[in-house]
Design a protein around this ligand. Structure first.
Ligand SMILES: Nc1ncnc2c1ncn2[C@@H]1O[C@H](COP(=O)(O)OP(=O)(O)OP(=O)(O)O)[C@@H](O)[C@H]1O
Length: 287
C-alpha cells in the first residue's frame, strides 16, 4: 500500500514535555486509531503533522513530498478536526460553511447537508451558543464535507451522546468507501477503536510504543483458565498470572506451545478485548 504520510525521527519539545523521536507511517486505504494516556502527546503529534506546531527535529513527508510551511497546497488534501476550534464563537454554522467550503475545491455540499440533517445542527445559531456536543457535530460536518484524501480527527466523539457516536462511526465507514482515503483518529473510546481501526498506534509519555494491526493484536492476547495449578517457572508470552490457574499471554502461540509440551491443559481461553490489551501496554505489563 502507498505510504501517504511518513514521519521520520520526529521530535517536539513543549516546555518540559518531549515527544519522540517518532518514526511512523500511514498508508492509503487504512484507518488508524492513536491511543495513549492523557498527556501522551497524541494531539501534539497531530498538530505537528498539520504544521500548527513546528518540530524540533525530524521530517514529515506527505504524498512522498517533504511538507513545507511556505507552500500550503497540501493542506487542501487533508481535513483536520482539532480537539477545540478557536475563534469561531461569533459565527453561525452557515457562515462557517461559507468560509470553509471556499477553501476546499472538493467540498461536498450534499454530504454537509446530510450530516446537518442527521445531527439536527441549527446552522443559524452562533457557534459560541451551541452545546459542546453540537459544536463537535458541526466541526465534524465542516471537516468531513471537505472530502479530502486524508482525514485526521482528534477525539471526535469525546462530547457526543451515544446514538451520535454510533452514527458517526457509520458515516466514517461509508466515507472510506468513497475511494482512496486515509483516516487517523485519536480517541479514548473503545468503541471507536473496535469498530473503525485497522491499525492501533499506542503512545505513552511522548514515546511511540508501536503501531499494531488490530486483528493481529486481538488474536495474540489471550486469557487462559487452567485445569491444574501452574508451575512457578516463567512461561513464554505470559504477562500476568491472576492466580495459580488463570494467566494472560501476549503471545498465544508461544504460550500454547509451552503448555502443550508440558501437558498443561486449559479449560477455557478467551481473546482479550482491545481496551484490555491497550491497558496492559500502557501499564507496562506487556513490554
Ligand atoms: N499549548 C500547550 N502549552 C503547554 N503545554 C502543552 C500545550 N499543548 C500540550 N502541552 C503539553 O504537552 C504534553 C502532551 O499533550 P497532548 O495534548 O499532546 O497529549 P494527549 O495525548 O493528546 O492528551 P489527552 O489524551 O489528554 O488529550 C502534555 O504534557 C501537555 O501538558
Amino acid at each position: 500500500m502507498e505510504k501517504w504520510i511518513e514521519i521520520n525521527r520526529l521530535k517536539k519539545n513543549v516546555d518540559d514535555f518531549q515527544l519522540g523521536p517518532i518514526d511512523l507511517s500511514f498508508e492509503a486505504g487504512t484507518i488508524t486509531a492513536i491511543v495513549g494516556n492523557n498527556g501522551a502527546g497524541k494531539s501534539t503529534l497531530l498538530k505537528v503533522l498539520m504544521r500548527l506546531a513546528v518540530q524540533n527535529d525530524g521530517e514529515i513527508k506527505l504524498f512522498g513530498q517533504l511538507i513545507d510551511s511556505e507552500a500550503e497546497g497540501w493542506k487542501k488534501r487533508i481535513a483536520y478536526l482539532p480537539q477545540t476550534l478557536l475563534g469561531c464563537d461569533s459565527f453561525n454554522g452557515n457562515q462557517l460553511r461559507e468560509l470553509v467550503s471556499k477553501w476546499y475545491p472538493t467540498w461536498d455540499q450534499p454530504l454537509f447537508e446530510q450530516l446537518v440533517e442527521m445531527y439536527q445542527i441549527p446552522l443559524s445559531k452562533k457557534y459560541g451558543k451551541l452545546s459542546q456536543g453540537v459544536q463537535q457535530k458541526l466541526n465534524l460536518a465542516l471537516t468531513l464535507a471537505r472530502d479530502a484524501e486524508i482525514l485526521i480527527l482528534d477525539e471526535p466523539t469525546a462530547h457526543m451522546d451515544i446514538p451520535s457516536k454510533q452514527m458517526l462511526l457509520d458515516v466514517i465507514v461509508e466515507w472510506m468507501d468513497r475511494g482512496d482515503k486515509l483516516v487517523i483518529i485519536s480517541s479514548h473510546q473503545a468503541e471507536d477503536i473496535r469498530k473503525l481501526a485497522d491499525y492501533v498506534v499506542v503512545m505513552k509519555e511522548g514515546q511511540l510504543l508501536g503501531k499494531f494491526e488490530k486483528e493481529e493484536l486481538t488474536g495474540q492476547y489471550k486469557q487462559y483458565w487452567m485445569e491444574d495449578s501452574l508451575p512457578n517457572e516463567p512461561i513464554p508470552g505470559v504477562i500476568e498470572r491472576k492466580n495459580e490457574r488463570i494467566l494472560v499471554s501476549k503471545c498465544a502461540e508461544e504460550t500454547e506451545s509451552y503448555l502443550a509440551s508440558n501437558q498443561l491443559k486449559w479449560l477455557r481461553a478467551k481473546n482479550l478485548e482491545i481496551e484490555e490489551i491497550i491497558t496492559y501496554m500502557l501499564i507496562g505489563k506487556a513490554s
